[in-house]
Design a protein around this ligand. Structure first.
Ligand code: G6Q
Length: 550
């Protein structure tokens, strides 16, 4: 982009258009056009996106697509798929799409097709997963593996942990699968307290194999294992690694034969489809894992090929920009109406906030516009009994994505057509919420309700202004392929927004400073004699209090 974002004519046109439409109520937009829902619904790769309950007109969307074009979204998209080093601050390509490139078309990095390597590792993962699942892989004492513990953090934890929860119904139920991330010992202690060392396999997942939390937990797991098995050789049967760093893996004592590689062009928060997904593959089977990759790939193709106006990730990205940059909405809620997706908000929190939480443009100049929103959320219906009050009647605009399924994974109730059906109740709530948020309840409607009879002072409290925007993403059923398509949808939404905001979405320098300072403070907390503290007065006092010094 040669001009800065806010100087583009397309941006200025949107700013003027915003002034024209900001006051229009969704009630009016729906009343004007009986075919609005149809017009603003898009289906792709098993997902249906209804974006009609947004404060947009056809003109808004045209103008937003024009902005995307002016910002070079199409060129940037092509550059990513072609393996160009678009992560320029780390000088790397961004090729999570290669990990699920099920069509196997060659993708070149520095002139070398990466697909044979991707497929080689995928084949090794499958062989390993089959061995563990069948019992062919035994523990050191010859016992079958009954528990898998993934040790990793951030991008080496959230993806497989989220997807394991999401696809639990597809998992081998006699295999316990746990995820340990926090350096707080509580996490590993609680995760292992009921496990049997001779039947437990640890997957140490770390791109760098130097991450403090993961290495600390891995050493603790090693000690836990050896305390029971009493032989260093046991490590080879109870530990495998997922990493790019063969040297450190060997130093830890893990046989390089038992290391599953990935590559520096896979970003941590985009690594679920790499060997980082090994624990998930063992849990749900190679077949289901591959079905998930198929879903990812289908959405990748849609993103790569569909015109911007009919491109689901692009539409989600543009709507996000509309609220973030023009309406001033600071947050975006992710509200899955499916308990299996309980970790999806946390997963997307990292994917989005670590990617687009940036404040300088690609030239290193301060941006003069808002970038990534705060992502948050909880599964429905739980959230309805907690924070939805603010979304309905608070002073802040909170755009939200509602995600649901037509068919339940667990059909419980007298029958699907009965009022006892859990799933019908769940989805009735999902649809009702978006209806209430969009259309609200006017003072006139409240005034005629019997509940305020004789108490007119209550009317104001019971009014719902409405006009609160939502997307609804609906699919038939939560399958591995649908999960893959859903995650890819959000990945490419984040990509689209990053291009428009003119920021680098694939680095994460913002996590460095805290790590460095923790490295300085750690020796001060454990020093035998009182250390000389050179921090600010607050940090010095906290350290002294921790040490029990006056
Ligand atoms: C993700 C981040 C970060 C990373 C963790 C773990 O994009 O880079 O969350 O995944 O810090 O890093 P390792 O895999 O190297 O242990």
């Amino acid at each position: 982009m040669t001009s800065r974002l806010t100087d583009l004519p397309e941006w200025k046109a949107l700013a003027a258009h915003y002034e024209e439409v900001r006051g229009i109520h969704l009630r009016e937009l729906f009343a004007r056009d009986p075919r609005r829902a149809e017009r603003f619904t898009l289906s792709a790769e098993g997902l249906m996106l209804d974006y009609s309950k947004n404060r947009v007109t056809e003109e808004t969307l045209r103008r937003l697509a024009a902005l995307a074009r002016a910002c070079g979204v199409e060129t940037a998209r092509a550059a990513m798929f072609a393996g160009q080093p678009i992560n320029r601050t780390e000088n790397r390509p961004v090729l999570h799409v290669a990990l699920r490139n099920r069509g196997n078309t060659p993708i070149y990095v520095k002139g070398v097709d990466v697909m044979p390597e991707v497929n080689r590792v995928l084949a090794r993962m499958q062989a390993f997963a089959r061995d563990v699942r069948s019992g062919a892989w035994r523990g050191f004492t010859g016992k079958r593996i009954r528990a898998i513990v993934n040790i990793g953090i951030g991008g080496s934890d959230l993806g497989p942990a989220m997807a394991y929860e999401a696809l639990k119904a597809y998992s081998q139920r006699d295999l316990t699968v746990r995820f340990v991330s926090n350096v707080d010992a509580t996490h590993i202690v609680e995760a292992t307290r009921d496990l049997v060392p001779a039947e437990t396999l640890f997957i140490v997942t770390s791109k760098t194999f130097t991450t403090q939390e993961t290495m600390t937990n891995a050493q603790t797991a090693r000690a836990w294992c050896l305390a029971a098995l009493k032989d260093e050789k046991a490590v080879a049967r109870h530990f495998v690694a997922v990493s790019t760093n063969a040297k450190e893996v060997a130093r830890f004592g893990i046989d390089p034969q038992n290391m599953f590689e990935f590559w520096d062009w896979v970003g941590g928060r985009y690594s679920l489809c790499s060997a980082v997904g090994l624990a998930l593959m063992v849990a749900i089977s190679p077949e289901h894992f591959l079905a998930m990759l198929d879903g990812f790939h289908a959405m990748d193709r849609h993103f790569a090929q569909a015109p911007l106006e009919r491109n689901m990730p692009v539409i989600l990205g543009l709507l996000g920009i509309w609220y973030n940059n023009f309406f001033g909405a600071a947050t975006h809620a992710i509200l899955p109406y499916d308990q299996y997706l309980c970790r999806l908000p946390a997963y997307l929190q990292q994917a989005d906030m670590e990617s687009n939480g940036k404040s300088v443009d690609r030239q290193g100049r301060p941006v003069g516009w808002q970038t990534g929103p705060i992502i948050w959320g909880e599964p429905g219906t739980n959230g309805q009994h907690a924070f939805y009050q603010l979304i309905h009647q608070g002073t802040k605009l909170v755009p939200a994505d509602f995600i649901g399924f037509c068919k339940a994974v667990n059909e419980v109730g007298l029958s699907r057509a009965s009022r006892d059906d859990h799933h019908a109740k769940l989805m009735a709530n999902c649809f009702a919420q978006t209806e209430a948020l969009a259309f609200g309840r006017t003072a006139a409607e409240v005034a005629t309700a019997t509940e305020v009879a004789g108490r007119p002072e209550l009317v104001a409290h019971k009014v719902f202004e409405g006009n609160r925007p939502t997307n609804t993403i609906l699919a038939d059923e939560l399958t591995p392929a649908v999960l893959g398509a859903l995650i890819a949808l959000y990945e490419h939404k984040i990509f689209t927004q990053g291009v428009i905001w003119d920021i680098f979405s694939f680095d994460q320098w913002g996590v460095q400073l805290g790590k460095e300072l923790a490295g300085k403070i750690l020796p001060e907390l454990i020093a035998q004699t009182e250390p000389e503290l050179r921090h600010d007065s607050s940090t010095n006092a906290l350290i002294r209090r921790y040490r029990g010094e006056p």
